[in-house]
Write a protein that binds this ligand. Sequence first.
Ligand SMILES: Cc1ncc(COP(=O)(O)O)c(C=O)c1O
Length: 417
Amino acid sequence: MHDFQYANGALHCESVPLEKIAQEVGTPFYCYSQNTLVRHFKVYEEAFKDVNHLICYAVKANSNLAIINELVKAGAGCDIVSGGELFRALKAGCDPKKIVYAGVGKTEEEIEYALKSGILMFNAESSQELFAIDAVAARLGLKAGVALRVNPDVDPKTHPYISTGLKKNKFGISIDGALEEYRLAAQMKNIQLIGVHQHIGSQITQVSPFVDAVERLLAFVEKLKGININIKYIDIGGGLGITYKDESPPLPAELAKEIVPQLKKSGCTIVMEPGRNIVGNAGVLVSRVLYTKKNEGKTFFVVDAGMNDLVRPAMYQAHQGIQPVDHAVADRPKLEADVVGPICESGDFLAKDRILPEFKKGELLAVMSAGAYGFSMASNYNSRRRVAEVLVKGSAYHVVRARETWEDLIRGEKTIG
Ligand SMILES: Cc1ncc(COP(=O)(O)O)c(C=O)c1O
């Protein structure tokens, strides 16, 4: 469910027509619905209410300050993977005691920043990282809360680039060797072992991989008890998928029904790290058709947004719905076409071989379900300015990130004379 609907023939975000924003802010722009965002978070809260839990929004999905802030106000913590994300989470008002920090390559500078900020826990991904955390904490005279990210070797049945819980992936510590790593960490004076973590992948559309992974994790927690390591937090990661096309992923409540009873028995607080599920369908990318053209009988709608603005189609062959902003366009005859951007790459498309109404030059289209891994993966490739981001709340909209300027493009650069 989301708040992008047609009213009086025009696509709206909540009560604001997207056409109005396009006129006033220009195109392309990302538009997010505050109501959708917060409702999705509350659905999670409700689904897991029978167990002590902490929902840490995965900042990487959409790291705009206003988005993080709306979720923080609703009660969320943050799941971060870099010093930059920590900076954003803190700026957005997140309580450091609700921040968990994953990632295979944390630098000592980042570890120090996180320790000084007083985050809840590091989700450590290797023994060398454990040594690094222990050393930095010792130097600062602090204790680091740590969970080890274990890799349960479960196939999440999603795109290979977003599978993270298989033995062959770079993430986490193999569940078979993890007990040894816990033994090692237990010897470290400045590490406090408080949790266990896993994250098996993204855009997961079935319950079974979660159930399998949770079962393996709980069996592991029992083994930890056997060596006198009693943890407080079980972090089950994020990964629940959304509907882009015709997927029907389980609702958070359906997932909770299958895993909460077992998790509850552990007596631990359950940490979750949803990203896409919260913000994916809360955002669209609005773009204007610059030109239409035919090559060898193939139709192209050339729009003013490209793969630098939304890389998912190029990177994961992902499907993003395309809807006209003016509903009357939908009634036109349909044809097979590609929606392509201005970037000098054949991979620069937002939709390929899609049956679409015949858009005309100057018309607006909305790329649906673009709220997650959209702007946060955007780049300046081809020296394109990153687009504006707009947050709608009811009948008002707010530009929560200004469109970049030409000057922004060269900030920090200089010639050598
Ligand atoms: C450690 C970790 N947690 C949470 C997430 C969020 O995943 P999703 O957006 O699929 O919920 C990711 C995404 O890759 C991740 O790497």
